[in-house]
Unconditional design. Structure first.
Length: 150
């Protein structure tokens, strides 16, 4: 668990910088790698031992990295649209494993290290963000709909 009391969705927006990935992660889910695959399947793959060394492991790591970034942006945008207290999300994030890392930082961390603890933290973050997006918008994780915010 993190000792940090609040961790933002990302550092770049707090610094007044543009998203380093442009609009890539604010489009529909089907535009990202394995967008038809449910969030829970991607998070389960991250919890597999030696994922990075398995056949197709790098594919799942990339899909998980992209899903975490996509979910992060969708939750932040939906919460802001609803006028929700963003600090609540930041406090919950900070209490999670590797909670001192923003969502973008955690995506990079598990992708680059392929460390089991990093990937487990990534899986937990994906599950949490997916649940939050569903609570705000009615998002259906197991749907092949091209979910995107209007």
């Amino acid at each position: 668990m993190s000792e940090t009391s609040s961790t933002p969705f990302n550092a770049w927006s707090l610094n007044g910088e543009p998203d380093p990935h442009g609009d890539y992660y604010i489009g529909g889910r089907l535009a990202i790698m394995h967008g038809k695959m449910p969030d829970h399947v991607i998070s389960l793959a991250l919890e597999m031992p030696n994922l990075g060394h398995s056949v197709g492991g790098s594919m799942f790591l990339t899909a998980a990295k992209e899903r975490l970034r996509w979910l992060s942006r969708m939750v932040k945008m939906a919460a802001e649209k609803e006028g929700a207290n963003i600090e609540r999300y930041n406090e919950i994030r900070a209490s999670m494993p590797l909670g001192e890392l923003t969502d973008d930082q955690l995506a990079n961390q598990f992708f680059l290290t392929e460390n089991t603890d990093d990937m487990t933290a990534g899986a937990a973050r994906i599950k949490w963000l997916s649940k939050e997006l569903k609570a705000i918008t009615g998002y259906k994780d197991n749907s092949n709909e091209n979910f995107m915010l209007n």
